[in-house]
Design a protein around this ligand. Structure first.
Ligand SMILES: Nc1ncnc2c1ncn2[C@@H]1O[C@H](COP(=O)(O)OP(=O)(O)O)[C@@H](O)[C@H]1O
Ligand SMILES: O=P(O)(O)OC[C@H](O)CO
Length: 499
């Protein structure tokens, strides 16, 4: 009997395959990092072929490690870095350009051109999103305008576009030999091309970006059988039955299914998602409106999202670009070598600033430098910037929501850092709660796939699997909190108007 679900979590820095049992416990994990290319300032690319190879390898490795066969796997769930755009040849399955990653800002010129008539909020009511280089439509438009012959080939039906969920699902289900070309509502809600109310591609938006509809995937729910894995994959015959963008998957994996429930995920960037139930709510404070999930024929659930582009990747930057540390974990002792930030603040606006500011003209700054500042203070300021950015987003969320959040569920790679989680609780002034399974992104994709094939009965069965690991209570005085946040805001204002 198939007693396991396999989740494929394709993140910005790495790909993981994780096998879960019926209790939502991790049985085995395999992980592979992929190359990050920065060919020009503001450009970020991935090799989609490498990502597919890593996914295939991780699936094979995790099955071998768990000593399981495809017959033991009831379904596969896919979750992915969102917005990152792949375009490939329908016949050969070969990418026609490197994937343009969500953080990439090369499409600012397209944004400016379209914003000239109608401004950056012209599509907000229809899509929940501001016009920004972050979103998929701008990346597809750039490819069509800049890759020689691509528009003609797309118009002739020879080219497929998709986000990473679409690319992996197409490859897993057969590639050029019958692969299904689909995405789910959560990923499509990040495109600037999907109507929030009907969850369908919008003809006017397609026209505004010059994108032929036939090259786009079909929009499906987050939990249903899309197809079965091809015979040459390591999980031949297993149904692909769940797709969720990674932030929505983490929300689902935190069992935050209902209105008023929220989580914050700390990975490459950080993303606070706050459920608003079955009605989309438009933000007045710089948050995005996005689809949270849709199960089969059920109602569409929506959320407000505070997206922060750079948090964990600032730690990577200290490691890879400055050589201040040699592993991400080394930031912990370095930051602990000083008592406080010494007045130093880092605003990591590498891709401009996302929520709640939406300032493409911002660039990174380090302020408050004196001869006193050491690399310990820089490490500390880097970690603190994650907490300050999240506090700004939570404040916006509380301003939009009916009830303020009384605690924050957290997950993602950075949440192993206890000192950071304590500082986060301190600057938020509410408890931060970490679950036993911090791989909530993969767990959420497993939940969606498991529900589709009857592996788990319903949302209540999933709620019962959530378990708390540790609760960080705020311990900072309100005056100190207010002082630090004031200083931080000053630093943020210094990052504006630099691009
Ligand atoms: N001990 C730590 N303290 C702070 N940041 C860390 C620590 N360990 C890992 N990170 C950061 O966490 C991020 C990885 O988180 P993960 O959830 O795997 O990211 P993603 O899903 O975006 O690929 C990396 O950016 C890394 O620098
Ligand atoms: O890969 P992550 O976890 O940093 O998530 C990336 C987001 O989906 C971008 O919107």
């Amino acid at each position: 009997m198939a007693d396991h679900i396999l989740a494929l979590d394709q993140g910005t820095t790495s790909t993981r395959a994780i096998i879960f049992d019926r209790d939502g416990r991790i049985v085995a994990t395999a992980q592979r990092e992929h190359r990050q290319s920065f060919p020009q300032p503001g450009w970020v690319e991935h090799d989609a072929t490498e990502i597919w190879r890593n996914a295939r390898n991780c699936i094979g490795l995790v099955l071998a490690d768990a000593q399981l066969t495809p017959a033991d796997i009831a379904a596969v769930g896919i979750t992915n870095q969102r917005e990152t755009t792949v375009c490939w040849d329908r016949k050969t399955g070969r990418p026609l350009h490197p994937a343009i990653v969500w953080q990439d800002t090369r499409t600012q010129g397209i944004v400016d051109r379209i914003a000239e008539h109608g401004g950056v909020d012209q599509f907000r009511e229809r899509t929940g999103l501001p016009l920004n280089a972050y979103f998929t439509a701008t990346k597809i438009a750039w490819l069509l305008e800049n890759v020689e012959g691509l528009r003609e080939r797309a118009n002739a039906g020879e080219v497929l576009f998709g986000t990473v969920d679409t690319w992996l699902t197409w490859q897993l289900t057969g590639g050029p030999k019958g692969g299904v070309h689909v995405t789910d509502v959560t990923n499509a809600s990040r495109s600037l091309l999907m109507r929030l109310d009907s969850c369908e591609w919008d003809a006017e938006l397609l026209a505004a970006f010059g994108i032929p509809r036939a090259s786009l995937p079909e929009i499906r729910s987050s939990s249903e059988v899309y197809g079965h894995c091809a015979e040459w994959t390591p999980i031949a015959g297993v149904p692909v039955a769940g797709i969720l963008g990674d932030q929505q998957a983490a929300t689902f994996g935190q069992a935050a299914f209902d209105e008023g429930e929220a989580k914050n995920t700390y990975g490459t960037g950080s993303f606070l998602v706050y459920g608003t139930g079955t009605e989309p709510v438009l933000s007045s404070h710089g948050l995005l409106t996005t689809v949270a999930y849709k199960l089969g024929d059920g109602a569409t659930h929506y959320a407000l999202e505070g997206s922060i582009a750079v948090t964990g990747s600032l730690v990577q930057w200290l490691r890879d670009n400055l050589g201040l540390i040699s592993t991400s974990a080394e930031i912990e002792p370095l930051a602990a070598s000083v008592d406080d930030n010494g007045g130093c603040y880092i605003v990591p606006a590498f891709s401009g600033l996302y929520a709640p500011w939406w300032r493409p003209d911002a660039r990174g700054v380090i302020v408050g430098l004196t001869r006193y500042i050491t690399k310990g203070h820089i490490a500390r300021a880097a970690l603190e910037s994650t907490a300050f950015q999240s506090a700004d987003v939570l404040e916006a969320c509380n301003a939009d929501a009916d009830e303020p959040l009384t605690e924050l569920r957290v997950d993602g790679g950075m949440t192993v850092n206890d000192a950071l989680m304590q500082f986060q609780a301190d600057v938020l002034g509410v408890p931060v709660v970490r679950p036993v399974i911090t791989e909530t992104t993969a767990l959420g994709a497993a939940f969606a796939a498991g529900l589709a094939v009857g592996f788990w009965a319903d949302l209540d069965a999933l709620r019962a699997l959530w378990r708390e690991d540790r609760r960080f209570e705020p311990a900072m005085s309100p005056d100190e909190r207010a002082r630090l946040r004031r200083e931080w805001r000053k630093a943020v204002s210094r990052s504006f108007d630099l691009a």
